[in-house]
Design a protein around this ligand. Structure first.
Ligand code: BV8
Ligand code: ZN
Length: 277
């Protein structure tokens, strides 16, 4: 018997409207065909595909960290001092004003440091344990997947908790937030830059090939909290479809691929992923 308690409000509202329209009394507990078809098509179908899959790839974006209090890029909270991320996350912006760019990254590091991984991050850790072949491909530089306990992570766009020297090229971890002095420098005296990939810069060597390989091997690609507008990362979604994988999207809103994916679950990742996994 389909119990009402675990149904989210929206589904119940739709359920009531449909059943009321057909003069069906909900309280009878009688199984209503409509209701059964409504809910399972989304979540249950997606859960079945995930359960059956031996190889799974996941692509995440800023949306999975939103419930941890981390501003997304395109959401209204993504702006910093009215600068668009695209204006600051470029080698040109850094060359023009390294101090300004470091102020932004120091602000983001302090914000991220307050954040804790949420139920969405935790669900992906469980999924990794369940799957013999699992790859977590993230566009996020916040390190929350690591903190949650995920293992096989491909950080397409780098890591905000690493720095690289523009002179000697050395690369090192640095979790200080706030940073004592801006801009920070390397031991060799060279100017340090954030260990992230800026617009117009290539992704870390071999990373995209590894991500494409993981997607081509997978029966399911789970896409969580990305507006799918930044390339080459977003290209992994149509690639998965071309390779015959099932693509499940979890997002608060629609994206350019909402009509391409096999299942578009609209809602918060921190609420939907625990139900899915
Ligand atoms: C390159 C690190 C070549 C820095 C980042 C093809 C077509 C068009 C353009 C291009 C193209 N190919 C390349 C380009 C140019 C460019 C690009 O894609 N531009 C875009 C803007 C059009 N790409 C590049 O420059 C890439 N490099 O191509 O190099 C090259 C090759 C050889 C030699 C030289 C050069 C590099 C791109 C990487 C840039 N760096 N980040 C930093 O973080 O500071 S990108 C950055 O922005 C993030 O990493 C992420 O990728 C992106 C933000 O996107 P999302 O994560 O999706 O976040 P967003 O806010 O947009 O959306 C959040 C979503 O979550 C929303 O849909 C929302 O509804 C949802 N949501 C919110 N809350 C929740 C939720 N969902 C569920 N639950 C919730 N609670
Ligand atoms: Zn150096």
């Amino acid at each position: 018997m389909l119990s009402i308690v675990n149904e989210d409000k929206r589904t119940i509202a739709v359920r009531y409207r449909i059943c009321a329209a057909r003069g069906l009394d909900l309280r009878s507990g009688e199984k209503h065909r409509i209701c059964v078809t409504l809910k399972p098509m989304g979540l249950e179908q997606a859960r079945e595909w995930l359960q059956e899959a031996k190889a799974v790839a996941v692509l995440t974006g800023a949306g999975i960290s939103a419930e941890s209090g981390i501003p997304t890029f395109r959401g209204s909270d993504g702006l910093w001092k009215d600068y668009k991320p695209e204006d600051l996350a470029t080698p040109e912006a850094f060359a023009r004003n390294p101090r300004l760019v470091w102020e932004w990254y120091d602000w983001r590091r302090q914000t991220i440091k307050q954040g804790k991984p949420n139920a969405g991050h935790a669900a992906l850790v469980r999924l990794e344990i369940q799957k013999p072949n699992f790859t977590l491909i993230t566009q996020n530089v916040d390190g929350l997947h690591d903190l949650a306990g995920s293992g096989r992570i491909l950080k397409l766009h780098g890591d905000i908790w690493r720095m690289r020297c523009l002179s000697c090229g050395s690369d090192w971890p640095d979790r200080r937030a706030p940073l004592p002095k801006l801009p920070p420098h390397c031991g060799c005296g060279g100017l340090a830059r954030p260990g992230v990939v800026w617009f117009g810069e290539p992704l870390p060597g071999g990373m995209m090939q590894e991500a494409e390989h993981a997607v081509l091997e997978s029966q399911v690609l789970l896409v969580v909290g990305t507006s799918a507008q930044v390339y080459p990362a977003a290209g992994l979604i149509p690639l998965a479809k071309q390779a015959g994988a099932r693509v499940i999207q979890v997002n608060l809103e629609t994206t350019p691929f909402s009509n391409l994916v096999d299942c578009a679950l609209e809602g918060r990742a921190g609420e939907i992923l625990p139900q899915l996994i």
